[in-house]
Design a protein around this ligand. Sequence first.
Ligand code: IFM
Length: 470
Amino acid sequence: MTANPAPRTFPAGFAWGAATAAYQIEGAVAEDGRTPSIWDTFSHTPGKVANGDTGDTAIGHYHRFREDVRMMADLGLTAYRFSISWPRVQPTGRGPAVERGLDFYRALVDELLTHGIAPVATLYHWDLPQELESAGGWPVRETAYRFADYTALAAEALGDRVSTWTTLNEPWCSAFLGYGSGVHAPGRTDPADALKAAHHLNLGHGLAVGALRAALPADAQLAVSLNLHAVRPRSADAGDLEAARRIDAVGNRIFTSPMLKGRYDEDLLADTGHLVKWDELVHDGDLAEISRPIDVLGLNYYNPTVISSAANAKDLPRQDGHGASSHSPWPGAEDVAFHLANENVTAMGWPIDPTGLSDTLLALHHEFGVPLLVTENGAAFEDVAGPDGSVHDPERTAYLRDHLAAISEAIAGGADVRGYFLWSLMDNFEWAYGYEKRFGIIRVDYDTLVRTPKSSAHWYADVIRRGALD
Ligand code: IFM
């Protein structure tokens, strides 16, 4: 007879959270002064989003937020990560704030606090005001300064009640899916613009950290959420190692090196120097600005990334995890192939492998020594709802359990991981996939907007209650 293994516990104060983003859930896109963002424009452009879906109504959170917070409280969440819609707070991306827009977030945060849930505010989850895109978007330097101004407005309004802030969500997606492959808004496909966007997102992050420090109490916790790619070469072949190095450079280190080390790595500059003039793009003082210290690094993790050289990939099945486009989101690394880490995939076609999460957390811990938060992790599956809206989703429960176990392993290995925000609290608008892919632990009926916790939600509530995994 084998003894039962000890339950996996988590440190005292570990944040048990869930995450969402404004455009994916709020709806009410033309209410209270909000103007279009790049995602309104993109989703209304025929052919860009599956089934012509848009976030016009999304899941109606703007009007149902009290009900949603009550469900969070029922689950026992101790923290909730949401994003602030820039065009709701500062419609044109310039000038004063619109109080009605801020009032929504004041009310949301007050409701969270009343229920003992710590708010974690993300300032930018991809909804650039359309007017700023029309003026050039993230490839233009001015956008970084606009972002810092908007940050100051948000911090002034909410800084007395929100103590944890993340500047950008997944700037890799904003830069390389938005301006490289074009599968995300604004749908542009120029590798040079994608690299310029990456630098200006970095600069915007640094300027925003400065604005937050100036406006917030000294104990505010400032973060950024990066979707770092857990890069694995497919073999020890020199071509595969080189391919993996290039993806690591333009997928990960293009953000971590300037933000956490105050530099762009020489190999990245060499890989991409034929596309942009880095010495003109990066002004004196930019790297000092970008590397302003943060308090915690947010990691968004879904699956590992297995890489080979294109030459080594002939006749091998490939993984396409970022939507169909003939334009690469990997400038300077086009001669590279992506492979499935295994055949056990989610409804997104993303392989399930929690070791990528523990490996990445430990690597970040060893390289940067910063406190960490898992600001996103979760899975879409083909949920089947019963007549009462109930969903039995053991695959999602298993995914979440195995990834929480990976976090506990990383903690046991020394990583200072302070919390977990599963993606996502509720089914929602999954960008170019529209409403086809469901990531929520709460089912949303898109006709009635009725919410029903799935079995994974009941399981998560139980984990939170016990503060441990079986
Ligand atoms: O839905 C997205 C989220 O907005 C950003 N991170 C990945 C999620 C799943 O694709």
